[in-house]
Design a protein around this ligand. Sequence first.
Ligand code: NAD
Length: 472
Amino acid sequence: MRHFDHAYIGGRFVPVLGTETLQTLDPTTERVIGTATLANREDARRAIAAARDAQRTLGRTTKAERISMLKRLQAAVLARTDDIRDATLDEYGGPLSRARWVSQYASQSFANAIAVLEDYDFVRQVGHAEVVMEPVGVSALIVPWNSVAGTMCSKLASALAAGCASIIKPSEFSPLQTRVVAETFHDADLPPGVVNVLLGRGGDVGDELSTNPDVARISFTGSTPTGKLIARAAVDTMKRVSLALTGKSATVLLDDADFRTTVPLALNAAFMNNGQACVAGTRLLVPRARQAEVLDLVRQAVAALRVGNPRDPETAIGPMASRAQYDRIQHYIRLGLEEGATLVTGGEGRPQGLDAGWFVKPTVFADVHGGMAIARDEIFGPVLSILAYDDEDDAVRIANDSAYGLQAYVFSSQPERARRVAMRLDVGSVLINRIAPDVLAPLGGTKQSGVGRELGRFGFESFLEPKALVTD
Ligand code: NAD
């Protein structure tokens, strides 16, 4: 049993003042493996005060000093890669390949920020003005439960590179991962208050971060409804807000693509991170004339996917992160059946032989149309909707027929054609003939998928503000 009842404030782990306790369950076994006592609004105020004190000095640090801090963070996180991976498996459910990637990416994000910082010119001339890029100030970094270590580290890396002191609020559902990552931050021996970490509910800790006048900036990753609450709460103190939100990404399979190789990739795009990924390609758009061929390949590919113990390297899909997630996915599978979609594979209930744990059957629906909830809502699990299109224009129309616009995937054997279609998609990023992201490229959404961009130079610049010094 592991118990986490501290927050990391001002360079020290301090007992939280909050009293609410939550149990942590292993999603593979449903057994209790830990408890966490959540921080409250008063803890958030302590963390904000520590960041405000640190900001005075941090805001004036040189590039070299920031690079030195980022290097120490990179080394400290790298040293605990295996612990981060294990905490992810224990608390979140993997699968192993994903847990391993996230734990490595966590330290890599500091190296990425160093590369951006080394190349960046903080002063530039615009007409008669000298424009100086200044840190925006104390930043609240709010993190969801589906990508804990990676999001904590990549947000911190951008903020610190820009000279902003941070308060990180991970999801209340991720104490084990939060604890390990916070320990690595402590090991990096940064000046007190440069980074603070506390677990707490959105309604008090999150709200304090969104309304406190000493917080200048909010970098939020999570769902669209929560993003709207934060944007509303933050406007009175005119915080700089970026929102990385919900997705319902389309994968456009053009008729010239090699279906044998691209259909399995499209399934991976849909089911990555157990389907609990904002960028999951959960709407697969296929040429109507070749739908039967795609369905055959989909059946074969899903049959080959192993669902089960996330620690097994052969496992493609582990358990959902929580009972609530399991129930949500069952609800949407039922809804798909009621709406009249054709069940290609999967369905309600647990896969055979898996009686404990929040395992779901990877599920594919065909004959889905844009009016169905399974085509419109983010399900956040391994449920794929196949929609048929008549021609390229129709494919673009269906792909853009969404409230969201985070990411899309295009598969084609003709690079120029793929690019032409990609340019017509109303989304933040398009992955062409691949499903692995470029972690230096900007990540963010159009429409209800958010405001602003994370990662690389764009993510870094979102923590800066230009000041113009105009002279003769
Ligand atoms: P969520 O919106 O429920 O919670 C996200 C974070 O916000 C948590 O830390 C939560 O405690 C906090 N929060 C809740 N209410 C708050 C409030 N009133 N004020 C301040 N903070 C508050 O999201 P989730 O369920 O943790 O994560 C899943 C969602 O995140 C999905 O919709 C997914 O698509 C999205 N997501 C987006 C990206 C992206 O890059 N666009 C990446 C990962 C996840």
